[in-house]
Design a protein around this ligand. Structure first.
Ligand SMILES: C[S@@+](CC[C@H](N)C(=O)[O-])C[C@H]1O[C@@H](n2cnc3c(N)ncnc32)[C@H](O)[C@@H]1O
Length: 287
């Protein structure tokens, strides 16, 4: 059993969750170690928080992620995709462009209930309650996995990545998104403070959220996750830097089409310097 350095209670309210998300840009953070998998609550079941509403006003971020997924998957076709931690199905719809069958997996019944509505016009997307650390799929039963905005909640994703590897067939691919602690703004921030960037998961919650023990919200160092992917037997094929222009002032100043055109270019050009707050990895399970 893995150890815990704090208790994560499910009673965190909408404000604390929002604080945690904003904390990415606003606050410092602390380094956290592992969590106790047996003590983990079902995430996103808080009645005071509706993850679908979180996306109101985040058209740029959503479209930036859709561009990244389409770019990474190109013209490939898949027979079975698993959207792990798929939430209300925002990206399951995109996966269904590429795969004959899509299964949305989430540990939150509330998210699956939202997905039932959101995916009403996509009845082919199956919805299943599962924990990413113990997936109820046979070995080598899918050829595409997506995990977007999920590692953000996993200080140590070892068990979940092992599951991704197990359920993927040889030569299958995974699109895994990582909240990037080494994004450009944070690098400047750490340089000014003369602090090295943390190599292990970095807790970005507000102090209040931390003290009351909300769900984990962590950013990861790209070098560390690259090693974790390798240890899980997953080969990195490509990386994109995503949501590069996420700053509120830029979003306000630039018209929708302009910001997305710039984002499209930045995703590739800025990938090598890991500029953006979000990195999209294309991983492959070698044959
Ligand atoms: C930030 S949301 C992302 C949802 C979706 N991937 C998207 O990008 O819209 C994180 C989702 O991961 C789910 N989740 C977190 N930890 C999980 C776990 N251990 N197993 C399965 N789902 C998990 C949460 O319930 C939530 O729906």
């Amino acid at each position: 059993m893995r150890t815990t350095d704090r208790k994560f209670s499910q009673s965190s309210g909408a404000l604390r969750l929002r604080d945690s998300i904003l904390g990415d840009w606003l606050s410092g953070g602390i380094i956290v170690s592992n969590i106790d998998l047996n003590n983990r609550p079902a995430f996103y079941d808080d009645e005071g928080f509706n993850y679908q509403s979180y996306w109101t006003g985040r058209n740029y971020e959503h479209k930036a992620e859709v561009i990244a997924i389409r770019r990474l998957l190109g013209s490939r076709r898949f027979y079975h995709a698993a959207d792990i931690g798929g939430g209300f199905g925002r990206l399951s719809v995109v996966l269904s462009e590429f795969a004959d069958e899509v299964t949305l997996v989430d540990s939150s019944s509330q998210q699956l209930a939202l997905a039932a509505d959101f995916l009403a016009e996509h009845p082919g997307v199956e919805k299943r309650l599962m924990d990413a650390a113990s997936l109820d799929f046979p070995d080598a039963s899918v050829d595409l996995v997506a995990m977007v905005r999920v590692l953000h909640h996993l200080p140590d994703p070892t068990a979940e990545l092992a599951e991704v590897h197990r359920i993927l067939q040889p030569d299958g691919v995974a699109v895994v998104e990582v909240a990037n602690v080494a994004h450009a703004l944070n690098r400047v921030r750490h340089m000014v403070r003369r602090q090295p960037l943390p190599l292990i998961a970095y807790d970005i919650r507000s102090e209040a959220a931390r003290e009351s023990g909300g769900i984990p919200f962590v950013n990861h160092h790209p070098a560390t996750v690259a090693r974790q992917f390798k240890d899980a037997g997953l080969r990195v094929e490509r990386v994109l830097s995503v949501s590069n222009l996420r700053h509120p002032l830029l979003k306000k100043a630039l018209p929708g089409r302009t910001i997305l055109a710039a984002e499209r270019i930045a995703q590739v050009r800025l990938a090598s310097i890991q500029f953006g707050p979000s990195l999209f990895f294309l991983l492959r399970k070698p044959t």
